[in-house]
Design a binder for this molecule. Structure first.
Ligand code: G3H
Ligand code: 13P
Ligand code: ZN
Length: 308
């Protein structure tokens, strides 16, 4: 099974479940995620940020992902996460990625359209699909002031116009999630009404949810018990993510939960084995923690187990 684009994955998933898009930075993370996908018989998206490319180098990540394809046989899409400009998208398209995100959400509407269209034209000419973004993910500051937060949510009419003008293959929208471990100050709330309005207007377009880590309390607790300090961290409840997966959200992005699982495992290992200095000793349980986390997401949250 070679690397795949997300087109078929999303066609099968639309309205039924979501495919997990997990951020990768090194071999242990890639192995943990793809072994989970193999055991769950699930499709999977491995996404690479600009920071990950800088840390590990494009060629290393690409070769590791190719090894994972050979080793596991599951359908894997390799995706650029939050591409900031045309140049990084082009480098990833030329360098073998099957999907790129152009994130023009920080620009005014027309500039975002122009930039996205340029990436779409280049990507489609090379058999690569494009995720774009409209609306700004709320930060914890925005959540305090409702009118400010409201202004950052995606406007459904604009979303329809944006997709029609750019020809993007999927669209990331802002309905209340945010990146990192601190997503909500009070009660977690997602604007399912906006999601519903968007999918009514553009039912052919798979929707993407960024900032979708749950920040599971047991991992925050484990980090803190073993010397960490993560006060009041709070993520998106699992039932909300599951619901989004039945409403046209086809791709759910998860990074923070993997970071927490890996870090909690390593912290625990060093407290329990202060004499140890063989990296394989502490990276093995860390890789297993990633694998367990991803299996849980696929089976109990996203609903993509058995759908490879
Ligand atoms: O949305 C961002 C992802 O969590 C990637 O984070 O840019 O630190 O690699 P990063
Ligand atoms: P989290 O920080 O919630 O894991 O979101 C990751 C993400 O959206 C990557 O693009
Ligand atoms: Zn994101």
């Amino acid at each position: 099974m070679p690397l795949v684009t997300t087109t078929e994955m999303f066609k099968k998933a639309y309205g039924h479940y979501a495919v997990g898009a997990f951020n990768v930075n090194n071999m242990e993370i890639i192995q943990g995620i793809t072994e989970a996908a193999m055991e769950e018989n699930a499709p999977v998206i491995l996404q690479v940020s600009a920071g990950a490319r800088k840390y590990a180098k494009h060629v290393y990540l690409m070769k590791l992902i190719e090894a994972a394809v050979e080793d596991t046989g599951v359908p894997i899409a390799v995706h650029l996460d939050h591409g900031a400009d045309f140049e990084i998208c082009k480098a990833c398209i030329d360098g073998g990625f099957t999907s790129v995100m152009i994130d023009g959400s920080k620009y005014p509407f027309e500039e975002n359209v122009e930039l996205t269209k340029k990436v779409v034209d280049y990507a489609h000419a090379h058999g690569v699909v494009v995720e774009a973004e409209l609306g700004k993910l709320a930060g914890i500051e925005d959540a305090v002031n409702v009118s400010e937060a409201d202004a950052a949510f995606t406007d459904p009419e604009q979303a329809a116009e944006f997709v029609q003008k750019t020809g993007c293959d999927s669209l990331a929208i802002a309905i209340g999630t945010s990146h990192g471990a601190y997503k909500f100050k009070g009660e977690p709330k997602l604007r399912f009404d906006i999601l519903e309005a968007v999918t009514k207007l553009i039912p052919e377009t798979p929707i993407v949810l960024h900032g979708a880590s749950t920040v599971m309390p047991e991992f925050v607790k484990q980090c803190n018990e073993y010397g960490g300090n993560l006060p009041g961290a709070q993520g998106v409840p699992e039932d909300m993510l599951h619901k989004a997966g039945t409403m046209g959200v086809c791709k759910i992005n998860i990074d923070t939960d993997l970071r927490l699982a890996m870090t909690a495992s390593i912290r625990k290992y060093f407290i329990e084995h202060p004499e140890e200095f063989d990296p394989r000793k502490y990276l093995s349980p860390a890789r297993d923690a990633i694998k367990d986390m991803v299996k849980h997401k696929m089976r109990d949250v996203l609903g993509c187990s058995g759908k490879a």
